[in-house]
Write a protein that binds this ligand. Structure first.
Ligand SMILES: [Mg+2]
Length: 92
């Protein structure tokens, strides 16, 4: 299974719940998560991987920075985990 399949599950679940789910690219900053989630008064980030895929050291470092800031971050490597991530974001 490709990462794009996991990503599509996240996008579809976000659309279902009225959450904006945008691709996130920061040209001068490697390791940023793949997707940014935006809902009323909330922001979150999701890193997507193919099943069993592991985040890089840079991605882990960025995740730690987000956690330190109290900003939602999730790592999803299956469509089910992608949907769960969206639901957890909605609970924040
Ligand atoms: Mg990725």
């Amino acid at each position: 299974m490709k990462e794009s399949v996991v990503e599509l599950a996240l996008v579809r679940e976000a659309n279902k719940h009225g959450v904006m789910c945008l691709k996130f690219v920061s040209p001068s900053c490697a390791g940023v998560p793949d997707r940014i989630l935006l809902a009323t008064g909330k922001v979150g980030f999701v890193e997507l991987k193919r099943p069993g895929g592991k985040p890089t050291a840079l991605q882990l470092r960025f995740a730690s920075k987000l956690n330190a800031l109290g900003i939602f971050y999730a790592l999803a490597d299956t469509p089910e985990k992608a949907k769960e991530s969206l639901h957890n974001f909605l609970l924040t």
